[in-house]
Write a protein that binds this ligand. Structure first.
Ligand code: NAD
Length: 309
């Protein structure tokens, strides 16, 4: 059984929805949990400590250990203070679930830049701030489990969510790099693409779907992503009892001789270049660089050989 006894977890945005469910489940399996929540509206307006305190009371009523924290994840100083308080109280941090989020949906044509920035500040910079604040501690202790909450809106696109989609996909880029930088210190970094009926999706999901899409159905996936035997660099989709892994793949593509390097030649071979049957994941950016360089070197060597003949 996967347990979190002696582990300390920070869950951001844990006053409601998915974060609340993750916090309750971690505590039920033995973790000490910092229930962070700013307590504003879905659009990120206002603040209140009530929601986080309610979740702490629920955890304590069930015999668990938790403390509330009202840090705004968009404010690095507040996040640093939360991390300092956690270390003072519990002495360590093993798990960070970056979950806090807001929405400011509008088509890009109608979107004010202030609404774009606000969403980037909470989702992307919030994740950066919390991760930065625990990173050295996790490196020193050679242990860390970090989850970024991404979204299908970023992975696949969603009309009216340019700010949100950009932030959610940026978190995948952050995960890809931290996966490599954290490896030596057993810091495993994963992303979650959840679907759940929460106040964020109220009015978007039909009531029948909402009944199936409980936040509690997502949480087992997160618990796996922060467990001792977690993978790293995985994007896990979760909702309504389904779990799936999203992969970023690159097709085999093709090599173009120097006299073929023009847009017409690319257009002529575009179907071949996009053939999904040849697609595979790249382990890192350098695998792509090496692949292109090696192909060019092989082609150059072949052409030199032909010239000799
Ligand atoms: P929710 O609104 O119930 O929860 C978000 C929580 O984050 C709220 O309690 C809110 O007070 C808190 N929060 C907002 N800004 C904060 C800040 N600056 N600092 C600290 N806390 C802050 O919504 P949810 O659906 O549970 O969303 C949780 C996460 O899951 C979000 O990142 C969201 O984008 C993501 N997500 C949700 C769905 C879904 O279907 N519900 C789909 C994809 C991604």
């Amino acid at each position: 059984m996967i347990r979190f006894d002696d582990r300390v977890a920070i869950v951001t945005g844990a006053g409601s929805g998915l974060g609340r469910s993750h916090a309750l489940a971690l505590a039920a399996r033995g973790a000490k949990v910092v229930v962070n929540d700013l307590g504003g509206s879905v659009a990120g307006v206002g603040q209140s400590s009530e929601a986080a305190q309610r979740v702490v009371a629920e955890i304590e009523a069930a015999g668990g250990t938790a403390m509330a924290d009202g840090a705004n994840v968009a404010d690095f100083a507040a996040v640093q203070a939360m991390v300092a308080r956690t270390l003072e109280t519990y002495g360590r941090i093993d798990i960070l679930i970056n979950n806090a989020g807001i929405l400011r949906d509008k088509t890009f044509a109608k979107m004010e830049l202030a609404d774009f920035r606000a969403v980037i500040d909470v989702h992307l910079m919030g994740g950066v701030h919390c991760t930065k604040a625990v990173w050295d501690h996790m490196r020193e202790r050679n242990y860390g489990r970090i989850v970024f909450t991404s979204s299908a809106s970023g992975l696949y696109g969603n009309f009216g969510q340019a700010n949100y989609g950009a932030a959610k996909m940026a978190l995948v880029g952050l995960m890809n790099v931290l996966r490599d930088e954290g490896r030596k210190h057993d810091i495993r970094v994963n992303a979650l693409a959840p679907v759940a009926a929460t106040r964020m999706t109220q009015g978007i999901l039909p009531p029948a779907a909402a009944e199936l899409l409980k936040p509690e159905e997502v949480t087992p996936g997160v618990l796996f992503l922060v467990s001792d035997d977690a993978p790293t660099g995985t994007i896990l989709g979760a909702g309504a009892g389904s779990f799936a892994v999203t992969k970023i793949l690159e097709t085999e593509g093709g090599y173009f001789a120097p006299d073929e390097r023009n847009p017409e030649a690319i257009a002529a071979r575009f179907a071949e270049l996009s053939d999904p049957a040849t697609a595979r994941p790249m382990a890192s950016a350098s695998e792509q660089t090496l692949r292109y360089a090696q192909r060019a070197m092989t082609a150059a060597a072949q052409s030199a050989k032909q010239k000799k003949i």
